[in-house]
Design a protein around this ligand. Structure first.
Ligand SMILES: Nc1ncnc2c1ncn2[C@@H]1O[C@H](COP(=O)(O)OP(=O)(O)OP(=O)(O)O)[C@@H](O)[C@H]1O
Length: 338
């Protein structure tokens, strides 16, 4: 399905979220699940929304889908206000929110796909080839005629994905799409989703705790903590941000315990590990000049570095740093406020 852009410029973001806030109340308790969240998503991009449990990811995605009504803010999809025109927006989006529960368990995999296609106005009779391609890509073709309830957990997940993919909407929301999939299926799904974005210009939003999938697939990551956005960056620049800061220093001889303690007192992220007759010091430094201070400290203690390397940072490391820092800060604020 192509998005018609009669009123909305092709240059404008496909999804625009501005000042989103959602509170849940029960009795006299109010939880602010999402607070002042704003971002735009361009056509054809694959965006990962990450964050610890309770960070507000599901609430944000449900707000984008019009499934929860926010207390404040605006969500536009292709220039259309989600809350004013839910029906119109429904034509643009499909979502897999709770994995395998998306499919009807009594129907076969292919019957499910046909059902969802008809629901979108796609004639299932003339689109068998499309279904076959999706089923092959997910390595589910041999199970096409098996009722979903008889499938393994991973295959149920694939069946749910097949239903979402068959709907051919320009925007896909996928919650934990690779959860429970084996290595091959994960690889096939990643490649299928990349092709959808690159060749068909589909826009894909993924919420996941599986960092490898997000790192490999997403152009951009939005990290949420405590209901707000802690980082919103292109995946590569997000991981690069932390790459320069972690060093591994190889030391030819063992380092005495008292010297290790002194170094760790000065650099609290320093960790020593033994590697045969050598030692490796891993340390995260906030500024470049701290590297010089570290070298001075090592020299004063008679510790001679043999080799200094940057540690390749991956998304998981960058993610942990951002969420950890935020949580530390929130805890500190809680202590000072309380
Ligand atoms: N229906 C609800 N009623 C009351 N509180 C809710 C409701 N839904 C979510 N919350 C609260 O809002 C906050 C954000 O929840 P949300 O489900 O959006 O987080 P999440 O990032 O998706 O978490 P997870 O990774 O565990 O799925 C949490 O404190 C949660 O307890």
């Amino acid at each position: 399905m192509e998005i018609e852009s009669t009123t909305h410029s092709r240059q404008s973001p496909l999804i625009s979220v501005e000042g989103l806030r959602k509170e849940y109340s029960s009795g006299d308790q109010t939880v602010t699940a999402v607070d002042d969240v704003s971002f735009n998503i361009e056509r054809g991009s694959i965006v990962g929304i990450l964050g610890p449990n309770g960070a507000g990811k599901t609430t944000t995605i449900k707000s984008l889908l019009g499934l929860v009504e926010p207390n404040a803010g605006q969500v536009l999809i292709n220039g259309v206000d989600v809350y004013e025109n839910r029906r119109q927006v429904y034509n643009y989006v499909s979502a897999m929110l709770e994995g395998s529960r998306n499919a009807y368990w009594r129907l076969t995999v292919e019957e499910n796909m046909s059902f969802f296609m008809s629901h979108r106005g796609i004639n299932p009779r003339t689109n068998a080839e499309k279904r076959r391609r999706i089923l092959e890509d997910l390595d589910l073709d041999e199970k096409a005629n098996v009722p979903v309830r008889e499938l393994s957990r991973g295959m149920k997940q694939k069946a749910a994905l097949a239903c979402v993919l068959a709907q051919e909407t320009p925007i896909l929301f996928l919650d934990e799409p690779t959860l429970g999939l084996d290595v091959e299926a994960t690889r096939a799904l990643r490649s299928h989703l990349s092709t959808l974005a690159e060749e068909d210009g589909r826009t894909i939003i993924i919420s996941s705790h599986e960092m490898d999938t997000v790192q490999e697939l997403c152009d951009r990551v939005i990290v949420m903590t405590n209901g707000s956005i802690a980082a919103d960056k292109e995946t590569q620049s997000f991981t690069d941000l932390f790459q320069a800061q972690t060093y591994q220093i190889e030391i030819e001889a063992a380092v005495a315990q008292k010297d290790r303690t002194a170094i760790q007192r000065r650099f609290d992220t320093a960790e020593f590990t033994e590697q045969g007759s050598k030692m490796v010091l891993t340390v995260r430094l906030e500024h470049g000049r701290e590297l010089f201070e570290l070298m001075d400290t090592l020299r004063e203690r008679g510790v001679i570095p043999a080799k200094v390397d940057h540690v390749e940072s991956d998304l998981e490391e960058a993610y942990l740093q951002v969420t950890q820092n935020r949580n530390d800060r929130a805890a500190m604020e809680g202590m000072t406020n309380g």
